[in-house]
Ligand binder design. Sequence first.
Ligand code: HMG
Ligand code: MG
Length: 280
Amino acid sequence: MRLRVTEVGPRDGLQNDPRTFTVEQRVQFIDALSEAGFAEIEAGSFVSPKAVPKMAGSGEVFSRIRRRAGTVYSALVPNERGLDDALAAKVDKVSVFLAASETLSQRNGGASIAQTLARTAPVVVRSHAAGLPVRGYISCVVQCPYEGVIDPAAVSAVAESLLEMGADEIDLGDTIGAAHPDHIERLVGEVVASTGISLDRLTLHLHDTGGRALACAERGVRLGICSFDSSAGGLGGCPYAPGAPGNLATERLLARGEELGWECGVDLAKVRKAVELLQH
Ligand code: HMG
Ligand code: MG
Protein backbone atom coordinates (compact mmCIF):
# COMPACT_ATOMS: atom_id res chain seq x y z
CA MET A 1 0.00 0.00 0.00
CA ARG A 2 1.44 3.39 -0.95
CA LEU A 3 0.60 6.21 1.47
CA ARG A 4 0.73 9.96 0.96
CA VAL A 5 2.07 11.54 4.14
CA THR A 6 1.54 15.24 4.73
CA GLU A 7 3.92 16.57 7.35
CA VAL A 8 1.95 19.18 9.31
CA GLY A 9 4.51 19.85 12.06
CA PRO A 10 5.62 23.25 10.72
CA ARG A 11 1.98 24.42 10.85
CA ASP A 12 -0.15 22.39 13.24
CA GLY A 13 2.89 21.56 15.37
CA LEU A 14 4.45 24.96 15.76
CA GLN A 15 1.19 26.97 15.92
CA ASN A 16 0.58 25.65 19.41
CA ASP A 17 4.07 24.97 20.70
CA PRO A 18 4.91 26.71 23.97
CA ARG A 19 8.31 27.61 22.51
CA THR A 20 8.63 30.41 20.00
CA PHE A 21 10.71 29.76 16.92
CA THR A 22 12.21 32.38 14.66
CA VAL A 23 11.52 32.41 10.95
CA GLU A 24 15.05 31.10 10.43
CA GLN A 25 14.43 28.13 12.76
CA ARG A 26 11.14 27.38 11.00
CA VAL A 27 12.92 27.49 7.62
CA GLN A 28 15.67 25.14 8.84
CA PHE A 29 13.06 22.73 10.22
CA ILE A 30 11.14 22.69 6.93
CA ASP A 31 14.33 22.32 4.87
CA ALA A 32 15.35 19.35 6.98
CA LEU A 33 11.88 17.82 6.57
CA SER A 34 12.08 18.37 2.82
CA GLU A 35 15.19 16.23 2.72
CA ALA A 36 13.19 13.40 4.27
CA GLY A 37 11.10 13.21 1.09
CA PHE A 38 7.52 14.01 2.14
CA ALA A 39 4.81 14.15 -0.52
CA GLU A 40 3.48 17.30 1.16
CA ILE A 41 4.54 19.69 3.90
CA GLU A 42 2.11 22.18 5.45
CA ALA A 43 4.62 24.95 5.91
CA GLY A 44 2.61 27.78 7.45
CA SER A 45 -0.64 29.69 7.91
CA PHE A 46 -1.95 32.91 6.42
CA VAL A 47 -4.32 33.58 9.31
CA SER A 48 -4.52 36.61 11.56
CA PRO A 49 -1.26 36.95 13.53
CA LYS A 50 -3.38 38.20 16.42
CA ALA A 51 -5.27 34.92 16.42
CA VAL A 52 -2.23 32.67 15.97
CA PRO A 53 0.97 34.64 16.65
CA LYS A 54 3.22 31.62 16.14
CA MET A 55 2.38 31.53 12.44
CA ALA A 56 3.27 35.18 11.84
CA GLY A 57 5.92 35.52 9.15
CA SER A 58 4.70 32.56 7.10
CA GLY A 59 5.21 34.59 3.91
CA GLU A 60 8.86 34.99 4.76
CA VAL A 61 9.11 31.30 5.63
CA PHE A 62 7.77 30.40 2.18
CA SER A 63 10.17 32.77 0.45
CA ARG A 64 13.18 31.27 2.21
CA ILE A 65 12.60 27.52 2.22
CA ARG A 66 14.43 25.33 -0.31
CA ARG A 67 11.67 23.61 -2.21
CA ARG A 68 12.33 20.00 -3.07
CA ALA A 69 10.99 18.85 -6.42
CA GLY A 70 8.24 16.35 -5.70
CA THR A 71 7.09 17.92 -2.43
CA VAL A 72 3.92 20.03 -2.32
CA TYR A 73 4.15 23.00 0.07
CA SER A 74 0.71 23.96 1.39
CA ALA A 75 -0.60 26.58 3.82
CA LEU A 76 -3.73 27.24 5.84
CA VAL A 77 -5.90 30.04 4.43
CA PRO A 78 -8.99 31.37 6.26
CA ASN A 79 -10.23 34.07 3.89
CA GLU A 80 -9.46 36.07 0.74
CA ARG A 81 -7.05 38.30 2.61
CA GLY A 82 -5.07 35.20 3.58
CA LEU A 83 -5.28 33.92 0.02
CA ASP A 84 -3.72 37.13 -1.33
CA ASP A 85 -0.76 36.54 0.98
CA ALA A 86 -0.61 32.83 0.15
CA LEU A 87 -0.56 33.51 -3.59
CA ALA A 88 2.15 36.13 -3.13
CA ALA A 89 4.14 33.52 -1.19
CA LYS A 90 3.70 31.04 -4.06
CA VAL A 91 2.15 28.23 -2.06
CA ASP A 92 1.56 25.02 -4.04
CA LYS A 93 -1.73 24.15 -2.38
CA VAL A 94 -4.35 25.91 -0.27
CA SER A 95 -5.86 24.39 2.87
CA VAL A 96 -9.20 25.86 3.92
CA PHE A 97 -10.70 24.89 7.25
CA LEU A 98 -14.20 24.33 8.56
CA ALA A 99 -15.55 22.68 11.69
CA ALA A 100 -18.37 20.19 12.14
CA SER A 101 -19.23 21.94 15.42
CA GLU A 102 -20.79 25.41 15.58
CA THR A 103 -19.00 26.30 18.80
CA LEU A 104 -15.55 25.41 17.50
CA SER A 105 -16.31 27.25 14.28
CA GLN A 106 -17.03 30.40 16.30
CA ARG A 107 -14.03 30.03 18.59
CA ASN A 108 -11.57 29.10 15.87
CA GLY A 109 -12.67 31.39 13.07
CA GLY A 110 -15.09 33.87 14.64
CA ALA A 111 -17.95 32.74 12.41
CA SER A 112 -20.72 30.14 12.12
CA ILE A 113 -20.31 27.13 9.83
CA ALA A 114 -22.53 28.77 7.20
CA GLN A 115 -20.60 32.05 7.40
CA THR A 116 -17.30 30.18 7.15
CA LEU A 117 -18.53 28.30 4.09
CA ALA A 118 -19.52 31.61 2.49
CA ARG A 119 -16.10 33.09 3.31
CA THR A 120 -14.37 29.97 1.97
CA ALA A 121 -16.16 29.71 -1.39
CA PRO A 122 -14.26 32.56 -3.12
CA VAL A 123 -11.01 31.22 -1.68
CA VAL A 124 -11.64 27.91 -3.45
CA VAL A 125 -12.64 29.58 -6.72
CA ARG A 126 -9.63 31.88 -6.75
CA SER A 127 -7.23 29.10 -5.75
CA HIS A 128 -8.41 27.01 -8.68
CA ALA A 129 -8.18 30.03 -10.99
CA ALA A 130 -4.54 30.29 -9.90
CA GLY A 131 -4.07 26.60 -10.71
CA LEU A 132 -3.80 25.47 -7.08
CA PRO A 133 -5.50 22.44 -5.55
CA VAL A 134 -7.56 22.89 -2.39
CA ARG A 135 -7.67 20.75 0.72
CA GLY A 136 -10.77 21.16 2.88
CA TYR A 137 -10.17 20.43 6.53
CA ILE A 138 -13.11 19.60 8.77
CA SER A 139 -12.34 19.81 12.50
CA CYS A 140 -14.06 17.99 15.35
CA VAL A 141 -15.24 15.13 13.19
CA VAL A 142 -15.72 12.83 16.18
CA GLN A 143 -15.93 15.04 19.25
CA CYS A 144 -15.86 18.75 20.04
CA PRO A 145 -14.28 20.10 23.25
CA TYR A 146 -17.39 22.30 23.76
CA GLU A 147 -20.29 20.28 22.31
CA GLY A 148 -19.24 16.70 22.95
CA VAL A 149 -20.00 13.92 20.49
CA ILE A 150 -20.47 15.05 16.88
CA ASP A 151 -22.98 13.32 14.63
CA PRO A 152 -21.22 11.94 11.52
CA ALA A 153 -24.11 13.42 9.51
CA ALA A 154 -22.93 16.90 10.56
CA VAL A 155 -19.50 16.08 9.15
CA SER A 156 -21.01 14.84 5.90
CA ALA A 157 -23.03 18.04 5.55
CA VAL A 158 -19.89 20.18 5.74
CA ALA A 159 -18.00 17.79 3.44
CA GLU A 160 -20.84 18.00 0.92
CA SER A 161 -20.70 21.81 0.93
CA LEU A 162 -16.92 21.79 0.51
CA LEU A 163 -17.14 19.32 -2.36
CA GLU A 164 -19.89 21.36 -4.03
CA MET A 165 -17.65 24.42 -3.95
CA GLY A 166 -14.89 22.35 -5.54
CA ALA A 167 -12.54 21.21 -2.77
CA ASP A 168 -10.21 18.60 -4.24
CA GLU A 169 -9.73 16.70 -1.01
CA ILE A 170 -11.50 16.40 2.34
CA ASP A 171 -9.32 16.11 5.42
CA LEU A 172 -11.14 14.68 8.44
CA GLY A 173 -9.69 16.19 11.62
CA ASP A 174 -10.00 14.41 14.96
CA THR A 175 -9.00 17.68 16.58
CA ILE A 176 -8.98 16.51 20.18
CA GLY A 177 -7.87 12.95 19.56
CA ALA A 178 -11.07 11.39 20.84
CA ALA A 179 -11.57 8.80 18.13
CA HIS A 180 -11.44 5.06 18.50
CA PRO A 181 -10.89 3.01 15.34
CA ASP A 182 -14.60 2.11 15.26
CA HIS A 183 -15.50 5.83 15.17
CA ILE A 184 -13.23 6.25 12.17
CA GLU A 185 -14.87 3.33 10.40
CA ARG A 186 -18.37 4.67 11.06
CA LEU A 187 -17.39 8.20 10.04
CA VAL A 188 -15.66 7.22 6.81
CA GLY A 189 -18.59 4.95 5.91
CA GLU A 190 -21.06 7.79 6.52
CA VAL A 191 -19.07 10.43 4.62
CA VAL A 192 -18.48 8.14 1.63
CA ALA A 193 -22.12 7.00 1.56
CA SER A 194 -23.62 10.46 1.78
CA THR A 195 -21.23 12.47 -0.36
CA GLY A 196 -20.09 9.80 -2.82
CA ILE A 197 -16.48 10.95 -2.34
CA SER A 198 -13.89 8.40 -3.45
CA LEU A 199 -11.50 7.14 -0.80
CA ASP A 200 -8.49 8.56 -2.63
CA ARG A 201 -9.81 12.07 -1.93
CA LEU A 202 -10.03 11.54 1.85
CA THR A 203 -7.24 12.29 4.32
CA LEU A 204 -7.17 11.49 8.03
CA HIS A 205 -5.74 14.11 10.41
CA LEU A 206 -5.42 12.47 13.79
CA HIS A 207 -4.42 14.01 17.08
CA ASP A 208 -3.11 11.67 19.72
CA THR A 209 -4.73 12.67 23.01
CA GLY A 210 -6.08 9.25 23.75
CA GLY A 211 -3.02 7.44 22.36
CA ARG A 212 -5.20 5.85 19.68
CA ALA A 213 -4.17 7.90 16.64
CA LEU A 214 -1.99 5.17 15.20
CA ALA A 215 -4.68 2.53 15.71
CA CYS A 216 -7.13 4.86 13.94
CA ALA A 217 -4.68 5.33 11.07
CA GLU A 218 -4.29 1.57 10.78
CA ARG A 219 -8.04 1.17 10.57
CA GLY A 220 -8.07 3.92 7.94
CA VAL A 221 -5.53 2.02 5.85
CA ARG A 222 -7.62 -1.14 6.15
CA LEU A 223 -10.64 0.83 4.92
CA GLY A 224 -8.66 1.96 1.87
CA ILE A 225 -7.58 5.44 2.92
CA CYS A 226 -4.11 6.24 1.65
CA SER A 227 -3.50 9.84 2.79
CA PHE A 228 -2.53 10.78 6.35
CA ASP A 229 -1.33 13.87 8.17
CA SER A 230 1.27 13.55 10.87
CA SER A 231 3.65 15.77 12.70
CA ALA A 232 7.36 15.23 13.26
CA GLY A 233 8.04 14.69 16.94
CA GLY A 234 4.27 14.53 17.59
CA LEU A 235 4.18 18.31 17.86
CA GLY A 236 0.91 20.09 17.63
CA GLY A 237 -2.53 21.19 18.65
CA CYS A 238 -5.20 23.75 17.97
CA PRO A 239 -4.97 26.85 20.19
CA TYR A 240 -8.78 27.19 20.19
CA ALA A 241 -9.55 23.58 21.07
CA PRO A 242 -8.52 22.76 24.64
CA GLY A 243 -7.44 19.14 24.80
CA ALA A 244 -5.98 19.13 21.30
CA PRO A 245 -2.41 17.98 21.90
CA GLY A 246 0.09 16.69 19.40
CA ASN A 247 -0.74 15.16 16.08
CA LEU A 248 0.00 11.55 15.33
CA ALA A 249 3.81 11.51 15.37
CA THR A 250 5.32 11.06 11.92
CA GLU A 251 7.97 8.76 13.38
CA ARG A 252 5.32 6.40 14.76
CA LEU A 253 3.39 6.37 11.49
CA LEU A 254 6.54 5.61 9.49
CA ALA A 255 7.79 2.96 11.91
CA ARG A 256 4.43 1.16 11.83
CA GLY A 257 4.40 1.55 8.07
CA GLU A 258 7.74 -0.23 7.87
CA GLU A 259 6.33 -3.12 9.92
CA LEU A 260 3.17 -3.42 7.87
CA GLY A 261 4.69 -2.77 4.46
CA TRP A 262 3.19 0.65 3.76
CA GLU A 263 5.28 2.63 1.28
CA CYS A 264 5.52 6.20 2.55
CA GLY A 265 8.60 7.36 0.64
CA VAL A 266 9.87 9.21 3.72
CA ASP A 267 13.25 8.72 5.39
CA LEU A 268 12.62 8.17 9.11
CA ALA A 269 16.21 8.96 10.17
CA LYS A 270 15.97 12.33 8.42
CA VAL A 271 12.70 13.12 10.20
CA ARG A 272 14.44 12.45 13.52
CA LYS A 273 17.26 14.79 12.50
CA ALA A 274 14.74 17.52 11.65
CA VAL A 275 13.14 17.19 15.08
CA GLU A 276 16.55 17.45 16.76
CA LEU A 277 16.95 20.89 15.19
CA LEU A 278 14.06 22.15 17.30
CA GLN A 279 15.71 20.99 20.47
CA HIS A 280 18.50 23.58 20.32
P1 HMG B 1 -12.03 37.98 12.39
O1 HMG B 1 -11.59 38.74 13.58
O2 HMG B 1 -13.46 37.54 12.34
O3 HMG B 1 -11.69 38.70 11.03
O4 HMG B 1 -11.09 36.74 12.24
P2 HMG B 1 -11.81 40.13 10.57
O5 HMG B 1 -11.99 40.06 9.10
O6 HMG B 1 -12.82 40.87 11.41
O7 HMG B 1 -10.35 40.75 10.89
C1 HMG B 1 -9.88 40.96 12.19
C2 HMG B 1 -8.42 41.39 12.12
O8 HMG B 1 -7.65 40.31 11.60
C3 HMG B 1 -8.16 42.57 11.20
O9 HMG B 1 -7.03 43.25 11.69
C4 HMG B 1 -7.79 41.88 9.91
O10 HMG B 1 -6.98 42.69 9.09
C5 HMG B 1 -7.01 40.71 10.40
P3 HMG B 1 -7.17 44.59 12.54
O11 HMG B 1 -7.99 45.50 11.68
O12 HMG B 1 -7.88 44.20 13.80
O13 HMG B 1 -5.76 45.03 12.76
N1 HMG B 1 -7.04 39.60 9.46
C6 HMG B 1 -5.95 39.02 8.96
N2 HMG B 1 -4.64 39.26 9.13
C7 HMG B 1 -3.77 38.46 8.46
N3 HMG B 1 -4.17 37.45 7.67
C8 HMG B 1 -5.48 37.18 7.48
C9 HMG B 1 -6.42 37.99 8.14
N4 HMG B 1 -7.76 38.00 8.17
C10 HMG B 1 -8.13 38.98 8.98
N5 HMG B 1 -5.84 36.17 6.70
C11 HMG B 1 -10.06 34.93 11.10
C12 HMG B 1 -11.32 35.73 11.32
C13 HMG B 1 -10.46 33.60 10.48
C14 HMG B 1 -9.15 35.69 10.17
C15 HMG B 1 -9.35 34.70 12.45
O14 HMG B 1 -10.26 34.16 13.36
C16 HMG B 1 -8.19 33.78 12.32
O15 HMG B 1 -7.18 34.10 11.70
N6 HMG B 1 -8.27 32.62 12.93
C17 HMG B 1 -7.18 31.65 12.86
C18 HMG B 1 -7.65 30.35 13.31
C19 HMG B 1 -6.54 29.35 13.24
O16 HMG B 1 -5.55 29.49 12.52
N7 HMG B 1 -6.71 28.26 14.02
C20 HMG B 1 -5.77 27.20 14.03
C21 HMG B 1 -5.77 26.41 12.77
S1 HMG B 1 -7.14 25.31 12.57
C22 HMG B 1 -6.56 23.81 13.24
O17 HMG B 1 -5.51 23.79 13.83
C23 HMG B 1 -7.34 22.57 13.00
C24 HMG B 1 -6.69 21.66 11.96
O18 HMG B 1 -5.39 21.29 12.34
C25 HMG B 1 -7.53 20.39 11.77
C26 HMG B 1 -7.87 19.67 13.09
O19 HMG B 1 -6.97 19.38 13.88
O20 HMG B 1 -9.07 19.40 13.28
C27 HMG B 1 -6.61 22.33 10.60
MG1 MG C 1 -4.90 19.72 13.77
